[in-house]
Design a protein around this ligand. Sequence first.
Ligand SMILES: *Cc1c(COP(=O)(O)O)cnc(C)c1O
Length: 365
Amino acid sequence: MTPTPSAPVPDGLSPATRVVALGREPAAPGAQVGAPLVLTSTYHAGGDVVYARTGNPTWSAFEAAVGDLEGGEALVLASGMAAVTAALSLLPHGGTVVAPDVAYNGVVSTLAEREAEGSAVVRRVDVTDTDAVVAALDGAHLLWLESPTNPLLEVAELPVLLAAARDRGVLTVVDNTFATPILQRPLEMGADVVVHSVTKYLSGHSDVLLGVVVTPATDAGRALAARLVTHRTLHGAIAGPMEVWLALRGLRTLHLRVERANANALVLAERLAGHPAVVRVRHPGWGAIVSIEVTGGADGADGVAAATRIWVDSTSLGGVESQVERRRRIEHEPAQVPENLLRLSVGIEDVDDLWRDLARALDRA
Ligand SMILES: *Cc1c(COP(=O)(O)O)cnc(C)c1O
């Protein structure tokens, strides 16, 4: 990890309190209260960090806060995909990875490329079929999980799968972007690595792209972290300090945003199930992403997305603003995703305003 300027916080505090307090410089008369934003490419010789591709105090502040939330040690990278690529660097050349057949399309495409060039063998599984996933683990090197999955919102039995992988010596990575550490902490369930697109809920304001990898604060976890640090330094996919500073500011309110967005999503999922233009609602009962299938196929779904006035018709998710997107309009979206599926990223607005806007768009479809 990057040497941290972060002042320690007292033990026994809840995560909501810790994430507000962490990543600040030690208290001293006249010291700044806000987190440091350090814009420099190099440092005076003689310190622990000599060049800013290997470390930055703003990274350290953010990493202290995210690491604490996930119960491990964090490394910030330039995007969620940079974090995915870093985590996949732990797969030996030509190694076998067990992965969901439908997941975030960047991960699906990366694995297909690795397979095509012969640098990985990919075993694709239905993550909801626990027995099938476990059966696929024998002789594998890495288990890649995403739960709930993007955009079908399928939930994997993480504790069972992570334990089965551990028994077989298979390294595990969990993409925790959809759940956030407020709702799910995979390291506590035995995962070796957690990855996030910080772009989504952690930063929460649709203004930066960033990623993070988190590893356990154990000897084994630190050995993985050392490899990930080397990857970050040598591949150069480092984060800009300004973006990281913005992400830390967003992270301070993660609890409030997740709480409100989840409450909104529960209400909307229930109301959507009763709307005649909605054929299917996917929502695991928690989290703030709801996927719906609507009547009228792809055109029907496009019409709904185009007719909303508050919901923003745009890709991405996890921001304060509610977003709607027909996923299959994206070129690389897996074909298993229905053409008429709209992914709703429920924001923190007034739930009745959100409902009226969506219901009006659905009525017109
Ligand atoms: C968006 C996303 C990513 C990729 O993150 P970027 O910040 O866009 O590079 C990875 N995993 C999931 C689940 C995502 O939603």
